[in-house]
Design a protein. Structure first.
Length: 100
């Protein structure tokens, strides 16, 4: 398996670079979860990092690679967003559609 040194930004892992395994497409996973054991023996805390582009460089604007940004909410993402899927609920819990 191939791996790539990927930087982490924000949160407890800020400034660290870890080797991350690449998938069959040559990209690291979209989310990277790091379980941190609890000192008191309770359930571990899970740090969630999201993959973001590292930036574009040069005159051609080529992709420079990926980095991971800290996601403090740790929201469960990654579900497919198909055109026929129901939209997410608005903050008050009601769907935001014109039909009411």
């Amino acid at each position: 398996m191939k791996s790539e040194d990927t930087p982490f930004e924000g949160g407890p892992m800020d400034g660290r670079v870890l080797p991350v395994l690449l998938g069959p497409t040559g990209h690291p996973p979209k989310t990277y979860r790091i379980p941190v054991p609890d000192a008191a023996g309770g359930p571990p805390t899970v740090l969630v990092y999201r993959r973001v582009p590292r930036g574009h460089g040069g005159k051609l604007g080529l992709h420079r690679g990926w980095k991971y940004a800290y996601d403090p909410q740790g929201r469960a993402g990654g579900r497919p967003r198909w055109p026929w899927s129901k939209p997410d609920a608005t903050p008050d819990g009601k769907r935001d559609d014109a039909d009411g």
